[in-house]
Design a protein around this ligand. Structure first.
Ligand SMILES: [Zn+2]
Length: 386
């Protein structure tokens, strides 16, 4: 079993575009959200998606949600997409759900908030009209933007009036959970007793509030934060089933990392010398994992290499915690089982992404467990059915 990657040489073994569902028997998500701006930032990818369709491109049979990726044009006056074209685009590549063209309202554009609120609703109207005219099969999702609970409520009111049965709430990714709950309560008031209305939250994955959000009508959400934390931030790149976060151990590639190149150019250190340090770190980490090296040796080598790489953050305490607890040895997901300690080593994109897949798997398992334990909604539905 290769996971399509050789961790020892840091080289992909084939040119398969690997995503988490390729590596686990069961995908660690129920569906995938694909933003148009993400597809378009690579011309080759765009062509492939158009030729194959989105399901074949991702090799994923579950539901695929399309949106425009409003963060990508947050600074523009008007979204760069025409709602009718976007409806055609969702249909042409086979999305199951398609979100109308929205415009984010964030504090930086406070003086434009009403304009952005209006344009989001106008676009939703035109988008739905096109969907009806062309009798498209995908589920149209109306995007709601707002700046407080009341404005979101009024956006949802308009969208329901237009005839939407699935609504996506945007702009709350960076909001605190109490604010998200306030908005969802207002949305719930608007939806009232209508049972067929789906509510999606963009970029909001809050397990601590999941059951409450679900009771307020939340149907779906998306988030890449567990994937991305694998390489963003220094202290919590690897998460565990019991809710702990661990720092990954940084051993940048001497021949590929931009930082290493800078060191070689400016410090008079040769590539061979740098490579020797890198190899020493990797060998020590692997020996430590087998119980054949002492923690202090590994720590010293890692911090020495950090220092050489001009990493000014002090990772000592975090590395020590990771090395002491050895969390990779306790995870039974396929990536950790097959590659063990390799998953905790912070190097190139392919390796770091696999740590992100592990994180996604852990998050999804926690999510599923929470839902399975929550009987209140099922019970309520059963009571309603009587
Ligand atoms: Zn794992």
């Amino acid at each position: 079993m290769s996971l399509h990657y050789d961790f020892m040489t840091d080289r992909p073994l084939d040119d398969i575009k690997v995503t988490a569902h390729h590596l686990y028997e069961e995908p660690p998500y129920d569906g995938i959200l694909v933003s148009k701006v993400k597809i378009e930032d690579n011309k080759k990818r765009l062509k492939e998606v158009i030729d194959k369709g989105i399901h074949a491109f991702l090799e994923f049979e579950g539901p695929i949600f399309g949106d425009c990726g409003a963060f990508g044009y947050i600074n523009e006056r008007t979204p760069p997409f025409d709602p009718a074209d976007i409806a055609d685009y969702y249909n042409s590549i086979g999305f199951d759900y398609g979100v109308s063209v929205d415009h984010l309202i964030v504090p930086a554009v406070d003086d434009e908030k009403e304009y952005r609120f209006d344009i989001t609703l106008k676009n939703a109207e035109r988008f739905l009209r096109r969907h009806k005219e062309k009798e498209y099969d995908f589920v149209p999702v109306g995007a709601a933007q707002g700046w407080n609970a009341r404005s979101y409520k009024s956006a949802v009111h308009e969208l329901l009036d237009m005839g939407y049965e699935y609504i996506a709430i945007g702009g709350l990714t960076r909001s605190q959970t109490p604010e998200v709950l306030r908005v969802m309560r207002a949305v719930k008031e608007e939806v009232g007793a209508q049972k067929n209305i789906g509510i999606h939250l963009f970029g909001v994955a809050r397990l601590n509030a999941l059951l409450e959000l679900r009771s307020l009508g939340l149907t779906s959400f998306d988030s890449a934060s567990h994937l991305r934390r694998a390489w963003l931030g220094a202290n919590s790149n690897y998460i565990t089933a019991n809710g702990q976060g661990y720092a990954a151990l940084r051993v940048p590639q001497s021949d590929r990392s931009p930082k290493a190149k800078k060191i070689i150019d400016t410090r008079g250190i040769s590539l061979e010398e740098l490579k020797a340090y890198e190899e020493a770190c990797l060998t020590l980490i692997r020996s430590y994992d087998r119980g054949e090296a002492e923690i202090d040796e590994v720590l010293e080598a890692l911090l020495w290499y950090d220092n050489l790489m001009d990493d000014s953050r002090n990772h000592g305490a975090h590395y020590k915690r990771t090395l002491t607890d050895m969390p990779w040895q306790k995870c039974d997901c396929r990536i950790c089982k097959e590659w063990g300690v390799e998953v905790i080593i912070f190097r190139g994109n392919n390796r770091n992404r696999r740590r992100g897949f592990h994180n996604t798997r852990i998050f999804y398992d926690q999510f599923r467990k929470l839902l399975a334990e929550d009987r209140t909604v099922d019970m309520q539905q059963r009571l309603d059915g009587l």
